[in-house]
Write a protein of this length. Structure first.
Length: 393
């Protein structure tokens, strides 16, 4: 392994409380010495434990960062087995796109050389941009908040992302790219502010795209919108002669406040490693039923509609990080749908990335086949009749 020693052992978690426009210090995330009894094999270099600060706990407006994982109480809270940290904190960090940019900037490694690096999740949290998805940020100080932010135009950012892909990124351009590194996902992306003052995730084309991925995603989002699924506003713009998809951020209402978010992976209590095999829509629905505010409407029907749209547009990349909920300290609510991108398909049959039909037991997998019969057979799991499911498809 390449040396990545001197990685930080502690980060301070700051949160934008609901309705607030400034962050407050909520607690510390730390690799605690003397915890050798616990497995060091947790993914992401952990385990990193979290403790709310006593001052935060005394605030009358304090909310839990996500109470199923980090209830609002004193003392150190350990992540679940094999997790580097609580999922709600890990959700706010970069995935492969941001991690690749950070590996390059910090260690000068890219491609296969970067895969030999042993960078822990805490480093990625502290080295990524502050304008992250949801309402959290990670700082080296618990008293002074300093945003890691470098405003740049879409063309400048696009240029930087292209140089990164080409292997010609300069240190100066690398700084500009930091801003988008905290946003999850694998595709290259940056954050831009529109003339309207709203923030957008700008999803970029790659010269190696096997099909017009950005256009395909724009079409997928458009179809979903037209059939009544809640999706953010999207629009294609040109930058450097290429298509860029601007997706309006739903975690930034536009008034300076930020909305807390948790991925479906965290809701399901899964890690990235386990998620691919065990993610299940019916179990996601169970969690929504447990944690949604009373009177939230027919959650089963709403979820089934999203699954049907994914099948119909050929989006088989509907894994548990491509669904999320808002968290307001007490309840969850499905966010608008995102990352609805038709995928290349080999052959005539396909499977969704999560079970559609409930598994018969905890050791078997449910049905995932991307077709109408799966939907009709699973109707009862979503609280709709088979006839209703057939009409919906
Ligand atoms: N409109 C949006 N508003 C807020 N957060 C979003 C929005 N769209 C996506 N996200 C967040 O950004 C992450 C990456 O976006 P995504 O479209 O899934 O990128 P990728 O195609 O690289 O997977 C998502 O996992 C989600 O957490
Ligand atoms: Mg995604």
């Amino acid at each position: 392994m390449a040396s990545t020693s001197n990685q930080p052992r502690r980060a301070y978690v700051w949160v934008w409380l609901p309705g607030r426009t400034e962050p407050v210090f909520a607690g510390a995330l730390e690799s605690r010495k003397g915890q050798t009894a616990r497995s060091r094999s947790a993914q992401g270099g952990g385990p990193f434990d979290f403790a709310y600060s006593p001052a935060y706990l005394e605030r009358p407006d304090a909310v839990s960062l996500y109470s199923p994982e980090l209830p609002l109480e004193g003392g150190w809270q350990e992540p679940a087995e094999e997790r580097s940290m609580a999922g709600c904190l890990r959700d706010a960090g970069p995935d492969s796109w941001g991690q690749r940019v950070i590996d390059d900037r910090l260690f000068g490694k890219r491609g296969p050389a970067a895969s030999a690096l042993d960078v822990d999740d805490l480093t990625y949290l502290l080295e990524s941009g502050s304008n992250r998805i949801g309402a959290l940020d990670f700082q080296i100080s618990n008293t002074e908040y300093v945003a890691r932010q470098t405003p740049a135009t879409l063309d400048e950012l696009h240029q930087a992302a292209q140089s990164f892909e080409d292997g010609t990124l300069t240190a100066e351009l690398a700084v500009a790219l930091t801003e988008g590194t905290a946003v999850g996902g694998a595709r290259p992306k940056v954050i831009v502010t529109g003339d309207d003052g709203r923030e957008y995730i700008a999803k970029l084309s790659l010269s190696t795209d096997p099909y017009p991925v950005v256009k395909a995603e724009a079409a997928g989002m458009d179809i979903a919108r037209r059939v009544g699924i809640s999706v953010p506003q999207t629009r294609i713009v040109q930058s450097m002669g290429r298509d860029v998809l601007l997706v309006e951020r739903f975690d930034r209402p536009g008034d300076g406040t930020r909305r807390m978010m948790v991925s479906a992976l965290t809701l399901l209590g899964l890690s990235d490693f386990l998620g691919a095999r065990w993610s299940s829509y019916p179990e996601l629905l169970d969690k929504l039923h447990q944690l949604a505010a009373p009177g939230a409407g027919s959650l089963g029907r709403a979820l089934l509609e999203r699954i049907i749209v994914n099948i119909l547009i050929g989006n088989t990349d509907d894994h548990a990080r491509n669904h999320a909920v808002f968290w307001n300290g007490r309840h969850v609510e499905l966010t608008p749908a995102y990352d609805l991108c038709p995928q290349l398909r080999m052959g005539w049959e396909a499977n969704q990335a999560m079970d559609i039909g409930r598994a018969a037991s905890s050791t078997t997998q449910g049905t995932r086949a991307s077709n109408r019969s799966t939907i009709i057979a699973a109707a009862a799991d979503y609280g709709v009749t088979r006839t209703e499911a057939a009409d919906m498809f």
